[in-house]
Ligand binder design. Structure first.
Ligand code: 15L
Length: 273
């Protein structure tokens, strides 16, 4: 245990976009955050830092010492060639889960993505929000790696009694950058609220939740996250006028960007190199 209010979090991918928001927010709430990433950022703040690769079991074993909760964010965040996704996202996720079991860390919160279910169509969810129990419909190899993450989370919860929450994150940025992101936006402050709630929730077995703010136009079911204590306080609506003006026209429902949960990821092609 650390001597801070809530204990110690090991955060993989702590130097990335979501990690940068979360490590500051969670430290402010009273967590001791230990970052794990390939690089040390320019401003680590109060974060303890371990430079390492999630493919390196020995580095993970050392980093897991005295950890209460793992937040696993590391991995390629967009579509890429399968071999690279396999190494970083699939093998990397396996290594993190396995190291957590070896170290006896009881709880893992892990960054799944809306792209695990990205081929679901908005038209099918007009009457009720899309639930966490829909069939996986990954929209990319990246999305496939998130389905794997949810599967290994379920397996390790059943086999090892780990407490696992897979968060299907929407679009976590300072502001929504497109009309689609008015639906999918997760504000940095709500991201902190969400992960703090999941880290402190008393009863956790295996859970999947969606991670977005309280956006008026959202078509995702936030109840599973709310049941674990998440109270979103932001709404993308405050940016709607600005975003719509920049987009310069009404969305076309046939455009994959608006037709599918995963938007343009449904058309993403892995790079050649
Ligand atoms: C994700 O899972 C990606 O990591 C991120 O880059 C965003 O594109 C986000 O989804 C999204 O759907 O907007």
């Amino acid at each position: 245990m650390s001597d801070t209010e809530f204990g110690r979090i090991l955060m993989t991918g702590a130097a990335g976009g979501v990690g940068t928001f979360l490590r500051a927010g969670l430290a402010e709430l009273g967590w001791q955050v230990r970052g794990f990433d390939l690089v040390t950022p320019d401003e680590p703040g109060t974060t303890e830092w371990v430079v390492g690769d999630v493919g390196d079991a020995a580095a993970l074993d050392a980093a897991m010492r005295d950890v209460d909760v793992v937040i696993h964010l590391a991995g390629i965040p967009v579509e890429d060639r399968f071999e690279r996704i396999l190494k970083s996202n699939i093998d990397g996720t396996y290594q993190v889960f396995d190291a957590a079991v070896r170290a006896g860390v009881p709880r893992i919160l892990t960054a799944s993505s809306n792209h695990a279910v990205g081929y679901h169509e908005r038209a099918d969810y007009r009457d009720a929000p899309i639930g966490v129990d829909v069939r996986p419909r990954p929209d990319t190899y990246y999305g496939v790696s998130k389905v794997f993450m949810e599967a290994i989370g379920s397996f390790y919860a059943d086999r090892h009694g780990m407490q696992v929450v897979c968060v299907r994150i929407g679009s976590c940025f300072e502001e929504p950058k497109s009309i689609r992101m008015l639906d999918t936006w997760l504000s940095p402050a709500d991201a902190t609220r969400l992960f703090h709630a999941l880290a402190t929730a008393p009863e956790v077995g295996y859970e999947i939740v969606y991670g977005i703010s309280a956006n008026k136009t959202a078509w995702w079911d936030l109840e599973p996250a709310r049941r674990l204590g998440y109270e979103p306080q932001d709404d993308s609506d405050v940016f709607a006028e600005k975003v719509e003006a920049a987009a310069g026209g009404a969305p076309d429902p046939a455009d994959p960007e608006f037709r599918y949960l995963g938007g343009r990821f449904t058309m993403a092609v892995p790079p050649e190199d």
